[in-house]
Ligand binder design. Structure first.
Ligand code: M6P
Ligand code: ZN
Length: 182
């Protein structure tokens, strides 16, 4: 029997191995995402808002495969709005996804096709099923890095247009250091 060591290791909320690719999202790449544009312009655009480590064992678009991601979303605010991911729906709209909390705390915003937005609390151990046709975005409401895992079909793809154009119907802001959904 042949025994091999996996090429990818997922341990202590970190993903490593030769096939893991990291992408970095700088604040300057999130122009238009936050409400307070004046506050945004005053900030250092080169600061990292989040990083995604991804393992894509098959080619993007392959039917039947699965992708695995680990996102590191840093704490911070633009004005009083917490740092968050850009958010997307899937290019193949009916494709679902799992997210799960590993470290830190936050909110997962889920917006259905009627623009109704609900929020699920994220914390180490929280598990989130994101149905198809549902826009998803993660907000870091804590003061430490929020790390969460993700698993999605390799033919799901990303559609950012809907969110870039109309955003989510709710925003998460800090009021007296407490997150409020507006
Ligand atoms: C998770 C997955 C990825 C996604 C990433 C960042 O890791 O859902 O597919 O790319 O979060 O989110 P976004 O693409 O919205 O910036
Ligand atoms: Zn997704």
């Amino acid at each position: 029997m042949e025994v091999v060591t996996p090429v990818t290791i997922f341990q202590n909320a970190l993903l490593s191995g030769a096939e893991v690719v990291r992408s970095v999202k700088l604040l300057s790449q999130l122009k238009g995402v936050f409400e307070d544009e004046a506050a945004f312009e005053k900030m250092d655009g080169d600061q990292v808002v989040y990083e995604v480590d991804a393992w894509l064992p098959v080619a993007e678009g392959t039917e039947g495969g699965l992708f695995f991601g680990l996102t590191h979303l840093y704490p911070g605010t633009v004005g009083d709005e917490y740092f968050m991911t850009r958010g997307h729906v899937h290019a193949v709209e009916n494709r679902a996804e799992y997210y799960w909390g590993l470290e830190g705390e936050g909110l997962l915003l889920l917006m259905d096709s009627n623009r109704h937005t609900r929020a699920e609390r994220m914390f180490p151990g929280s598990l989130h099923y994101i149905p198809g046709y549902t826009a998803h975005r993660v907000v870091n409401t804590g003061d430490s890095v929020l790390r969460f895992g993700a698993c999605w079909p390799s033919d799901a793809g990303h559609n950012y247009e809907v969110i870039d154009k109309n955003g989510f119907s709710r925003r998460v802001k800090s009021s007296d250091n407490e997150p409020v959904l507006l």
